[in-house]
Ligand binder design. Structure first.
Ligand code: GLU
Length: 281
């Protein structure tokens, strides 16, 4: 099987040095292996994604010297595939509808009887308020949550995965999945759009990705993705979580940190080589 990797930006802001590092590293690793480099636009969050950011990101990537196969997969075109995955997990009895707002969750999670682990990869760990609700009773405005304990117990053995980056290889374990991750959202409230964990798993399989190369900030979400792959009968790629590019104060770069935007460096006359040097490539 050849090496197939991807860069999957969300067009919710400018491409900055951290993204450039991710894209360049994935591209370089694919090239070194005689493999393929694909692009995917992760634009399910319609409230925050804009066509202007998407155009700017593609332009910056081309300027950096990257090329990719076309057509580019856009998540906003792939809703049917996410709905099919939700239906499948729902029919397996692993999902429930949830009407809790952020405020509801904050109040319930801060109640004294709740456990010690409050924060998971998506923020507050869901306290389970709606877990008793039947999947069939879902309404259009409900979110969809994975019942983590049921999901874990539905598998004969928990899967493991390989991480060739800065995190060691891992085997999923029952306790941490339930206590430190919990019942994650797979489709959002009100809009019904697929959440990141579901769309990324469906699309990595649809694009036959063999190597997922991305920042270490997403390493804590990987057990969710590996679990979903096992539940949906999809292959698990090799993961490579790379170091994060930090600003001068050691803080991780965020999309809103426009001072590190590639467009700004370009406007100031930097070359693609300069960018490579700045990120340590
Ligand atoms: N769309 C995600 C982001 O921009 C990346 C997802 C991934 O690489 O798995 O942070």
């Amino acid at each position: 099987m050849g090496f197939v990797t991807r860069f999957a930006p969300s067009p919710t802001g400018q491409l900055h040095l951290g993204h450039a590092y991710s894209a360049l590293l994935a591209h370089d690793m694919a090239q070194a292996d005689g493999g393929r480099f694909l692009l995917r636009i992760e634009d399910t969050d319609t409230a925050r994604c804009t066509p202007e950011f998407e155009t700017q990101i593609l332009d910056d990537l081309a300027w950096l010297g990257l090329s990719w196969e076309t057509p580019v997969l856009r998540q906003s075109d792939n809703k049917a595939a996410y709905d099919a995955a939700i239906t499948r997990l729902g029919n397996m009895g692993l999902l429930y509808p949830c009407s809790c707002t952020r405020g509801d969750i904050r109040r319930a999670a801060s109640a004294p009887q709740e456990g010690a682990h409050l924060l998971g990869p998506d923020g507050l760990i869901y306290p389970g308020t709606c877990r008793h609700r039947a999947w069939e009773d879902r309404t259009d405005t409900d979110a969809v949550r994975l019942d983590m304990a049921r999901a874990v117990d539905s598998l004969r053995a928990l899967p493991h995965y390989v991480d060739t980056g800065i995190h060691p290889a891992s085997r999923l374990t029952r306790g941490p999945l339930i206590q430190e991750i919990g019942d994650v959202v797979l489709a959002r409230r009100d809009t019904g759009t697929a959440a990141y964990h579901l769309s990324v798993v469906v699309d990595d399989a649809a694009q036959a990705i063999t190597h997922v190369i991305r920042g270490a900030d997403l390493a804590s979400a990987t057990p969710i993705h590996v679990l979903l792959q096992a539940l949906l009968g999809l292959p698990t790629p090799t993961y490579h979580h790379h170091r994060l590019i930090r600003d001068d104060d050691g803080k991780r770069l965020a999309k809103r940190d426009d001072s590190r935007a590639i467009a700004l460096y370009r406007a100031e006359g930097a070359t693609p080589k300069d960018i490579r040097r700045m990120v340590g490539l």
